[in-house]
Design a protein around this ligand. Structure first.
Ligand code: CP
Length: 306
């Protein structure tokens, strides 16, 4: 069951709520490739995307997820909106509420922005990424991809590598994966992964080959230069040789290990091109599953409003 008004993060969700979303996504996936399976079950729903930070995958997949179910879907276009005249987030939300919007999907550089909006508007709010806090729909599509390929989570070794300290994707995945029984290791240079993250119920590692040993899933993360004041390592070349994953490093993992990445990828830095395009990679599958998961979330939140 998923009976909440909003989807703000995985920290507070139960394993049962997460599985409801994943099982609903399974019903949605065939509709992406076969338009004859689509219906207009959301035709009375109005959805708006408010992206205060750039996006390709998350924004486009939400827009399509609404379209594929017959909803009215609009993008505010934050860069050309009255946000640029200084209108606050809450005033923007209240304005959209008055226009009859049922679901607001927000990405914002500030931690807690989605929670603030949700507390102040009648519409359901979906967090599409708030600062370095959470990116729940990314983690849900990652969980869906693992479930689809591995059949479950219990005992799986999942290694998340790279810029952990700035990553909302790592945090949401850590919450979701540990709730469902996977063993999670967060790995990277000590400037980008803090031992305090053990409080999330995960292992923390700085030796990449050791961390990857016998992994079922290796998930690379982008270095988020936009969230850092100083370069957290001497050079990109040094980073990729010590902490990047290439065909040689991947040999430490299980033979059928999944290689994942939320995108966008810095090719040759966190993952080599051979690994990104190699047989273990499910990075393109993740993109498709992102549409299915977002269709499921829109459907569940709409049903809760009826
Ligand atoms: N993974 C992810 O959030 O990608 P976008 O920034 O393109 O939405």
């Amino acid at each position: 069951m998923y009976e909440r008004k909003d989807l703000l993060g995985l920290r507070d969700l139960s394993g049962e709520e997460i599985m409801t979303i994943l099982n609903t996504a399974r019903e949605m996936k065939a509709k992406i490739d076969d338009p004859s399976l689509r219906d207009n079950s959301l035709e009375k729903s109005s959805i708006v995307t408010l992206f205060y930070e750039n996006s390709t995958r998350t924004k486009m997949s939400f827009l399509l997820a609404g379209d594929y179910q017959g909803a009215i879907v609009k993008d505010l276009g934050v860069g050309t909106s009255s946000v640029q005249k200084g209108e606050s987030l809450v005033d923007t939300g209240l304005t959209l509420d008055q226009m009859g919007i049922n679901i607001m999907i927000i990405r914002h550089r500030m931690t807690g922005a989605a929670h603030l909006l949700a507390r102040n508007v009648k519409a359901s709010v979906i967090n599409a990424g708030d600062g370095s806090n959470e990116h729940p729909t990314q983690a849900l599509l990652d969980l869906y991809t693992i479930l689809e390929r591995k059949g479950g989570f219990k005992g799986l070794k999942v290694v998340i590598l790279g810029d952990i300290s700035h990553s909302r994707v790592a945090r949401s995945n850590a919450f979701g994966l540990t709730k469902l029984g996977a063993k999670v290791t967060l790995a990277g240079p000590s400037t980008l992964v803090s031992s305090s993250m053990r409080s999330l119920g995960v292992e923390v590692a700085t030796d990449i080959p050791k961390a990857i040993k016998d992994a079922d899933v290796v998930m690379g993360l982008r270095i988020q230069f936009e969230r850092q004041k100083n370069m957290p390592f001497p050079s990109l070349r040094e980073y990729s040789s010590l902490f990047g994953v290439n065909d040689e490093t991947l040999k430490y993992a299980k033979k059928d290990c999944l290689v994942m990445h939320p995108g966008p990828v810095n090719r040759g830095i966190e993952l080599s091109s051979e690994v990104i395009d190699g047989a273990n990679s499910v990075i393109n599958v993740q993109v498709k599953n992102g549409v299915a998961v977002r269709m499921a979330i829109l459907k569940l939140l709409t049903e809760n409003r009826r």
